[in-house]
Ligand binder design. Structure first.
Ligand code: F6P
Length: 327
């Protein structure tokens, strides 16, 4: 059966570049003569029937905007068989034969189950600031989030150095250290703590002591929110107990990392992935994600995308040590 009507939705945590991706899906679909429906608030809107026809004009002037014009949600109801049945019935009512899901691993887990239950072809475009999805080197929003974090670190560096302080800066990433490692390198952080490797409180104390011996008067420690030693506040308190002479401050960057105008890199990535997702549906992809590997577009099954782990580059971790003269 050839596809003539598709739906598009954004799901899970929003990410800068999602709008650029929606635009690519809508304009790509219209180019191929396909009708497109926008589904509001992810799976929640699918269940509630919040489904509206879109055209080229609906996506005018959004490529530069952060957030998502379709809004996003994490739907509890879609986790139930009853919720998914309602969603399927609403799609049928609109004659929707395929879906593009812009979201992260939770959204793709839902898509995978939905495809298996109802056979509605779904292609994903990875949109999350966390960059934690297997099958793509980069996710939509990651580059913007890293740039936002770097801008903040640079500003904190100014005040840290004026007051001879040690700052613990917490960045997002859920269970992954991608934002932490890249923003840490760009911000010249003395220490980067990520969930993928163990950096103990002993290690932090030892490094800060050696910085002091080298007459370094201020330092930046980047903490990924999922670090095994705890959050930035907890880690800072443990270090303060051992080094009470230090003037320690903590900054949690939080949701500022999720907003803002997408970088050029994210706009390009989102546009490529959106078009590739639509064309995937037309070529018969059903249960897969569009991704980018070594700058080439590829499809990866949802099964692999959600179960396999993308490993943090050891090269990047090594660089933090090397650039801080610890060898
Ligand atoms: O997945 C994106 C993300 O921003 C994570 O980095 C973070 O752990 C989580 O979402 C926060 O979720 P919420 O916006 O629901 O608090």
């Amino acid at each position: 059966m050839s596809i003539s009507k598709i739906g598009v939705f954004t799901s899970g945590g929003d990410a800068p570049g999602m709008n650029a991706c929606i635009r690519a899906v809508v304009r790509g679909a219209r180019y191929h003569g396909i009708e497109v429906y926008g589904i509001k608030r992810g799976y929640s809107g699918m269940i509630e029937g919040k489904i509206n026809k879109m055209n080229s004009k609906s996506v005018s002037s959004i490529i530069q905007r952060g957030g998502t014009i379709l809004k996003s949600a994490r739907s509890e109801e879609f986790r139930t068989a009853e919720g998914r049945k309602k969603a399927f019935e609403n799609l049928q009512e609109h004659g929707i034969q395929g879906l593009v899901c812009i979201g992260g691993d939770g959204s793709f887990t839902g898509a995978n189950i939905f495809y298996k239950e109802f056979g509605v072809p779904i292609v994903g475009a990875p949109g999350t600031i966390d960059n934690d999805i297997y099958g793509t080197d980069f996710t939509i929003g990651f580059d913007t989030a890293v740039n936002t974090a770097v801008e903040a670190i640079d500003k904190i560096r100014d005040t840290a150095s004026s007051h001879d302080r040690v700052f613990f800066i917490e960045v997002m990433g859920r269970d992954s250290g991608y934002i932490a490692i890249r923003s840490g390198i760009c911000g010249g952080a003395e220490i980067v703590m990520v969930p993928e490797t163990s950096t103990t409180i002993d290690d932090v104390v030892r490094i800060l002591e050696s910085e002091k011996k080298r007459s370094k008067t201020s330092s930046i420690v980047i903490v990924a929110e999922g670090d095994e030693e705890g959050n930035a506040m907890e880690i800072a308190a443990k270090v303060k107990k051992r080094m009470d002479f230090l003037d320690i401050k903590v900054t949690t960057l939080g949701h500022v990392q999720r907003g803002g105008s997408p970088t050029a890199k994210d706009r390009i990535l989102a546009s490529r992935m959106g078009l590739y997702a639509v064309e995937g549906l037309l070529k018969g992809e059903k249960d897969a994600m569009a991704g980018i590997v070594k700058d080439e577009l590829v499809y990866t099954s949802f099964e692999d995308a959600i179960t396999k782990t993308k490993h943090l580059s050891q090269d990047l971790l090594r660089m933090v040590d090397i650039f801080n003269n610890r060898h």
